[in-house]
Ligand binder design. Structure first.
Ligand code: PHE
Length: 354
């Protein structure tokens, strides 16, 4: 019996060394530990040994069985690790540590502007949120006080998917409703103001030229609390723009129409090139149109579950929609918007974060 166990152990070890994958291990388990396996065979033979040796051999078989079980378990875990690693490696199929003579990459100018703005807004207590590029009609339009067939939809013709009711978002305002719902509870229960910015890619059915693209980036921002007024809006916009352009900027508001704000504005900054005197960059007006904004329409707040009546609290808020692409053009002096989507690395790799 003893020699039989030793023989089986040798066989087991040899097979274990050769087992290259999980099915091979499973086959071994059946062969040695299964109902009709070698250990069961040994147990059967136990019947034939003299009574006084039964106990000793019985214990031997049991500890042999335990040993094989443990060894198989260790090998199974090891193989599993290797298989997972192989799956990852074959998915990536490259070796990060290999030296390369390719030039080091650089960030897209829009990414640079977006990150810079995110940092500025974070420092003013805003949360940064992400949102989908595919949205439904409700979020892109109806929750923003733009009912079906409203003429304001003409300004934002976009791309519709085959799936019913799905479209590519035409503006970052499409996330307003979701943000209000996400942060509304903390506003009502803890008095925590909603302050969030949400950058994103937007799409419109545009005829493309030097100033228009069908794909561009915006950064939306909203702030909602008790007693939020236009002064708060002006303060935050001025502070943010002074940081972006690294100097004091003068802003002005003109009336602007957007169904989701009331009153609505176009925010202009005094031309940074001529200081307001008038030059070709500002078409001699002394001002540059930069950012539509306004006080959030009560219907939009209500859709977002925010109370607009006096009882128990009346909330108000502002929203703005900064054109990130536009800002990147101004900041880096890019004259043609198409540069951003053309993926010409010579053009795109010259922008460096400050
Ligand atoms: N979503 C508007 C647009 O893309 C801009 C905007 C945002 C206007 C927020 C007012 C307030 O045209």
């Amino acid at each position: 019996m003893r020699s039989k166990i030793q023989e089986l152990k040798k066989m087991f070890d040899r097979q274990l060394q050769e087992a290259k994958d999980s099915p091979a291990l499973e086959q071994m388990r059946v062969e040695f530990l299964g109902k009709k396996g070698n250990i069961t065979g040994l147990m059967k033979e136990l019947g034939k040994v003299p009574n006084e040796q039964k106990k000793e051999y019985g214990q031997m078989i049991n500890s042999f069985k335990q040993q094989l079980t443990d060894q198989l378990e260790v090998a199974r875990k090891e193989l599993q690790k290797q298989e997972e690693l192989m799956a990852v490696n074959s998915a990536e199929a490259y070796d990060e540590s290999m030296p390369t003579d390719h030039p080091v990459g650089s960030y897209h100018p829009i990414t640079l502007v977006q990150r810079e703005l995110e940092e500025i807004f974070k420092s003013m207590g805003f949360d940064v949120e992400d949102y989908n590029e595919i949205v439904d009609d409700f979020h892109c339009f109806e929750a923003l006080n733009i009912p079906k067939f409203h003429p304001a939809r003409d300004m934002q013709d976009t791309y519709y998917l085959d799936t019913p009711n799905q479209l590519l978002k035409s503006h970052t305002s499409a996330a307003q409703n979701a943000i209000m719902i996400k942060y509304g509870k903390a506003l009502k229960e803890e008095g925590r103001p909603i302050k969030a910015v949400f950058p994103g890619r937007c799409f419109r059915n545009e005829a493309i030229d030097a100033c228009h693209e069908n794909t561009f980036f915006q950064m939306e921002g909203i702030m909602i609390d008790k007693d939020i007024s236009i002064s708060n809006l002006i303060y935050f916009m001025k502070t943010m723009l002074s940081e972006v352009f690294e100097r004091d900027v003068t802003v002005r508001l003109r009336p602007g129409f957007f169904p989701f704000v009331e009153p609505g504005f176009e925010l202009d900054i005094q031309c940074l090139i001529c200081g307001g005197e008038g030059c070709p960059s500002c078409k001699n007006s002394g001002w540059l149109e930069l950012c539509p904004c306004g006080m959030i329409h009560p219907n939009v707040l209500r859709y977002g579950g925010i109370n607009t009546e006096e009882e128990p609290y009346k909330y108000t808020g502002f929203a703005f929609g900064l054109g990130l692409t536009r800002l990147a053009m101004m900041k880096y002096g890019v004259k043609d918007i198409r540069v951003f989507n053309e993926y010409d690395l010579n053009a795109l790799s010259q922008f460096i974060s400050k």
